[in-house]
Design a protein around this ligand. Structure first.
Ligand code: ADP
Ligand code: GLC
Length: 479
């Protein structure tokens, strides 16, 4: 099948979180299943700097765009999946992130930026871009691609559309004035289309008009149909529940495996674990922690936002620090959380290491060097960090929600006996529940044979993309 995969980020060209990992690895997994997949991304400055060879393959006007779109072609990695880059310098050639300026504020013209991107995707999908390639299916991801389905559905000859929700909390909501300014078809201004409580919602376009909806874990697929997790869209989703399914994300083990990770100082496998001890020492040094190989080291990596429960980690610190343990935290996000972690680290030198920022190779070292990994998310569509932790033998301590509930097996009596246990799962989104999850982990840690068993179980888990890619392919074929 010919598959056009539209996303706003894809590793290794551009990444802010798990969407980037997925868009960088699912297309490659589909290619390994002998499919003709092409990714389409905005041509951010950062990408064009990495890919000076990206040649222009088409040029066309797009309504509302300040300049004609130049479509460039390159590959995700050398000899890898082809990627089309939607090049509109006035919108994408800037310093800063894909969604926000260097100060961390959303770009003022995000609606125009991603509407233009969507309109370019529609041109390619409808075979109006002058390429000799017309997709059999279009796969859209998250709100930045939400206008593709409502615009493409108007084309008389169009491929079927899949829309994947990676995070329902990010919806791309703008004003009615913005809707008008973008010159979108007036009939889309309706509560049955893009109107959302008086505002204009990108993601609703995907949810209402795509032929099939998916999200990234079976539990999150059920959760988003409830008011608690539906972020105001649970009604829309319940109405389309027969078109919605959860397909768990996979892991790119070429990038995330301690046996071949090129970003960590010492590689290791389940059968030769010495490297992990050395990575722990390297991480302790890097994070300004006391070098103490026997003290259990807990890690956390993530966007510092409420979703991830970073405030629960902060509030649990007094309790956690009464235990004999160390913490290594890597993340960036809301200024209030960044500041609180910085202050907390100053108060506990040698025991709490904090690195504020985005650092790909440090993320690999945290996964490798820690004994356990904290993920107290309030909600988690899938979560990739805990999957990486499993493979690195870094025992996850997670809240029972979304993809965390689907991928980590709590170490209780039964699962320990059967060899299924892979981590510690707690229920309530509270500092106390998190702290008791950590205490349960510590109890096991103090019994080395029991801890080694757990590590063995964790490292044996297989979340490779193949099965998930097959599920997507089956879905494409059904529609
Ligand atoms: P989400 O997509 O909600 O942020 P995931 O667990 O699915 O959460 O994916 C997060 C990805 O982003 C992982 O690859 C993780 O290593 C990476 N990541 C998050 N924050 C940072 C950071 N500060 N530095 C480096 N990598 C990060
Ligand atoms: C989102 C979710 C995360 C998921 C990722 C990739 O960012 O927050 O849970 O793993 O998308 O699907």
């Amino acid at each position: 099948m010919k598959i056009l995969f539209a996303a706003s980020e894809a590793h290794p060209l551009i990444k802010t979180g798990g969407l980037g990992d997925v868009a960088g690895s699912l297309p490659a997994a589909l290619e390994r299943l002998h499919q003709d997949v092409r990714v389409i991304l905005p041509a951010y400055r950062h990408i064009l700097e990495r890919l000076p060879e990206a040649t222009v393959v088409a040029e066309f006007p797009v309504p509302g765009s300040p300049e004609p779109v130049r479509l460039r072609r390159a590959t995700l990695v050398k000899d890898g999946v082809p990627v089309y880059l939607v090049d509109v310098p006035a919108l994408f050639d800037r310093a800063g992130g894909p969604y926000s300026d260097p100060q961390g504020r959303d770009w003022y013209d995000n609606a125009l930026r991603f509407a233009t991107f969507c309109r370019a995707v529609v041109r390619v999908a409808a075979n109006h871009a002058g390429l000799d390639w017309a997709p059999d299916v279009v796969h859209c991801n998250d709100w930045q691609t939400g206008l593709v389905p409502p615009l493409l559905i108007r084309e008389p000859r169009r491929p079927p559309m899949v829309f994947t929700i990676h995070n329902l909390a990010y919806q791309g909501v703008f004003t009615r004035d913005t809707f008008q300014y973008l010159g979108l078809p007036p009939e889309l201004w309706s509560m049955y289309a893009l109107e959302f409580y008086g505002g204009f919602s990108f993601i609703k376009g995907g949810l209402v008009f795509a032929d099939r909806l998916t999200t990234v874990s079976p539990t999150y697929a059920r959760e988003i149909c409830t008011p608690e997790f539906g972020a105001g869209l649970d009604g829309v989703l319940r109405g389309r529940a027969d078109r919605l399914e959860g397909i768990l994300n996979g892991v790119d083990y070429r990038v995330w495996d301690p046996g071949r990770d090129t970003l960590i100082p010492h590689r290791y496998t389940a059968h030769a674990m010495q490297g992990k001890q050395r990575d722990k020492i390297a991480l302790q040094k890097r994070m300004g922690l006391t070098v103490e190989p026997r003290v259990p080291l807990f890690g956390h990596i993530g966007r510092m936002v409420e979703q991830k429960g970073v405030d629960l980690i902060l509030d649990a610190l007094p309790a956690l620090m009464t235990e004999d343990l160390q913490l290594a935290i890597l993340g960036n996000g809301e200024a209030r959380f960044e500041a609180a972690f910085r202050t907390a680290a100053e108060r506990r030198p040698g025991r709490l290491g904090v690195h504020i920022g985005y650092d790909e190779s440090l993320a690999h070292l945290v996964e490798a060097g820690c004994d356990a990994f904290l993920m107290p998310s309030r909600f988690e569509p899938c979560g990739l960090s805990q999957l990486y932790s499993l493979r690195y033998g870094t025992i996850p301590v997670v809240r029972r929600t979304g993809g965390l509930a689907d991928t980590v097996v709590d170490a209780d009596g039964k699962s320990i006996r059967s060899g299924a246990a892979t981590g510690f799962v707690f229920d309530e989104p509270t500092p106390d529940a998190l702290a008791s999850g950590v205490r349960r982990a510590l109890e096991r840690y103090r019994r080395p044979p029991a801890w080694r068993n757990l590590i063995g179980n964790a490292m044996r888990q297989d979340f490779s993309w193949r099965r998930s890619a097959q599920a997507y392919l089956a879905l494409y074929r059904r529609i």
